[in-house]
Design a protein around this ligand. Sequence first.
Ligand code: FE2
Ligand code: FE2
Length: 193
Amino acid sequence: MKSERDDEMYSIELMVEEHDHILELLTVIRKACCGILEGQEVDDGDFRKMIAFARNYADKHHHGKEEQILFQEMTKRLGQIGVNLIQHGMLVEHDLGRLHLSNLETALNQYRDDPKTIYKLNILAEAAGYANLLQRHIEKENQIVYTYAEKNLTQDILQSVDERVQEFEKNAQQAKTQETYLQMLRELKEKYC
Ligand SMILES: [Fe+2]
Ligand SMILES: [Fe+2]
């Protein structure tokens, strides 16, 4: 898939591929939640791994490229539509996702210290809320936001986005971000999917 890319599409193709990995995490999250509803115990360690993937891969690594590179160009160069689409749309959703993750972490801490049903409910609500939010968010980006960027940003800007994304990827590879978190995802998938 990636090897077939043509140069101008590199960033978008890469980010759509990252969406696929994030969607796999959402499946893991939903399966873990369903397991609990069907009577399994809350696996604290696995939920911490899901949070780690969501924060470090989905947010820092993937949203990092959107926020620092592609979306920055879109808000700067695509007028009011760009501002509405990005600042009032995508960025608000990134923040909501972060809120779900921090609420999920709080609920896990509470449940670990005092395993009451209400905390278990909060774990399920925040985890499922995150999964639903991110699913819709990714669909919007794949179908509307990325397409709009490709159609409306100039070739020069798309080229510069590609170069910066390549640089971002290189740094992340040195920090072993992709390797570490995709391995973590594989292990979670083996267990839950
Ligand atoms: Fe996003
Ligand atoms: Fe995205």
